[in-house]
Design a protein around this ligand. Structure first.
Ligand code: THU
Length: 132
């Protein structure tokens, strides 16, 4: 399947506009793509109890999973930072569990045409998983 990274990054950039980040003011958007070509998006949501904050990647992933979506082939993450935002460790763990074969595209919202590409496996090698 040919993945249109530009399209997915654009979806993440649009989702970023929904960021609720009154504390850090760091807006992040994410867009997940399934093998069927469906896109699910999310943005980071922060709490006054800072540790409750949820990253854009997990908001997108939880929304997609609870909508019954599976077989994720890629995720794009966009924020205003040089080279684009690298997913945090917690998000890498969730991606390793629910999107192990996905490509990860990151881009700076100020320069969305410059897309860096990784794999979930390279971002979290030897991930903890429980085989049911
Ligand atoms: N954040 C994300 O949403 N995704 C990342 O990949 C890195 C960090 C959010 C969490 C918090 O709302 C803000 O960015 C600053 O850490």
């Amino acid at each position: 399947m040919k993945i249109n990274s530009r399209n997915l990054v654009n979806a993440a950039a649009k989702a970023r506009e929904g960021s609720v980040s009154p504390y850090s003011k760091f807006k992040v958007g994410a867009a997940l793509l399934t093998a069927a070509g469906e896109i699910s998006t999310g943005a980071n949501v922060e709490s006054a109890s800072y540790g409750l904050t949820c990253c854009a990647e997990r908001v997108a992933l939880f929304g997609a999973l609870t909508a019954g979506k599976r077989d994720f082939v890629a995720i794009a993450v966009v924020a205003r930072c040089e080279g684009g935002p690298m997913p945090c460790g917690a998000c890498r763990q969730l991606l390793a569990e629910y999107a192990p074969d996905a490509k990860v595209f990151v881009a700076d919202s100020g320069d969305v045409k410059k897309i860096r590409e990784f794999t979930v496996k390279e971002l979290l090698p030897k991930a903890f998983v429980i085989v049911p």
